[in-house]
Design a protein around this ligand. Structure first.
Ligand SMILES: Nc1nc2c(ncn2[C@@H]2O[C@H](COP(=O)(O)OP(=O)(O)O)[C@@H](O)[C@H]2O)c(=O)[nH]1
Ligand SMILES: [Mg+2]
Length: 306
């Protein structure tokens, strides 16, 4: 599935993509350098969807060259989802952005007639144009949905995820439902509040099971646990080195446990791509038993993927 993301210079494209598809938080990405010409990056959103973004710089001269024969075919063909990014904090560039959007839509309609079209108004924390006005300005262009986002306000991930989740096929959804049945059993066995299978690259869940009314499963859908899960990738090299020096035995299972208030967060490495994440209330579990259960759910996940 090709997701094409475009917009004028400095509209907030790169920041948004890094936030949602790389699980980066505002503090890490608020000072990015501008993108040079077309940067193509491929992601596996939630471990499910192949998403390729074409971040097209956005300098005026670059924008012009997209519309040459040579480039337009390459950029606008086979697009399933087209997202135009508009800077809601900049009144001066609004006209220009609308003009370029109209041009792009012509290309999309030519080269990818079935594409679903979305507009995202970024930087709504410092907006100068209201969403209502943007919607009025862009009415009648065949845009499915126009939404506003703000990364510092923490509302961007949910908006973009909702758009991408809306493009998941029935087959994928029923596969997830099957995996969630396994997770429900696991969750009961270990007496956890919630268990999630996390796609490590964006920190988003592939599937989840929530067994308590205390937690809204809808919220878990849009949280990136990247920062918690990431250490699982780096502990093995450290332990390997220590083991070489003869200090420790290398553990077979890669399990991490966080103690947060009265809760325990259990992290378990499934493979390069996925990790298991559960939230447990108080210490009512044995580590060895926990590892055993984690191992069996690991096999289910690997089967699901295989
Ligand atoms: N206040 C605010 N600034 C943002 C937001 N998203 C991006 N920016 C800033 O907008 C500028 C341009 O962002 P960038 O992603 O490089 O734009 P691009 O050229 O479209 O890729 C950067 O200084 C970002 O920090 C947001 O949600 N709120
Ligand atoms: Mg950029």
């Amino acid at each position: 599935m090709k997701v094409l993301i475009m917009g004028l210079r400095s509209a907030g494209k790169t920041t948004l993509v890094k936030h949602v598809l790389e699980g980066k938080e505002w503090e890490e990405i608020k000072n990015l350098n501008p993108t040079e010409f077309v940067e193509t990056t491929s992601y596996k959103y939630r471990g499910l969807l192949d998403v390729t973004t074409f971040d097209c710089g956005g300098q005026e001269s670059f924008i012009l060259s997209y519309f040459t024969e040579q480039w337009s075919h390459k950029i606008f063909s086979n697009v399933s989802v087209f997202i135009w990014i508009i800077d809601s904090s900049d009144l001066r560039t609004f006209r220009e952005s609308k003009k370029e959007l109209l041009k792009s839509l012509n290309f999309i309609k030519n080269y990818s007639p079935g594409a679903r079209i979305f507009v995202i108004a970024t930087k709504y924390d410092v907006n100068k144009i209201s969403l209502k006005n943007i919607r009025k300005e862009l009415a009648g262009l065949g845009i499915e949905q126009i939404s506003s986002t703000s990364i510092p306000l923490g509302i961007a991930r949910e908006i973009v995820c909702t758009i991408l989740d809306g493009t998941l096929t029935k087959e994928l959804k029923s596969k997830i439902t099957k995996l969630e049945k396994e997770l429900n059993r696991f969750n009961k066995k270990i007496n956890a509040i919630a268990t999630l299978i996390i796609n490590k690259s964006d920190g988003l869940e592939l599937a989840s099971s929530v067994s308590s009314e205390k937690l809204n499963p809808e919220i878990l859908k849009y949280i990136s646990t990247k920062a918690l899960v990431e250490p699982l990738n780096s502990t093995r090299p450290i332990f390997t080195k220590l083991q070489k020096e003869g200090y420790v035995d290398l553990p077979d299972a890669e399990l991490g446990l966080w103690h947060v208030g009265t809760y325990y967060v259990n992290l378990f490495n499934i493979n390069e791509q996925f990790a298991l994440f559960s939230i447990l209330e108080e210490r009512n579990f044995k580590i060895k038993t926990l590892i055993g259960y984690c191992d069996s759910i690991k096999n289910s996940v690997l089967q699901f993927l295989g």
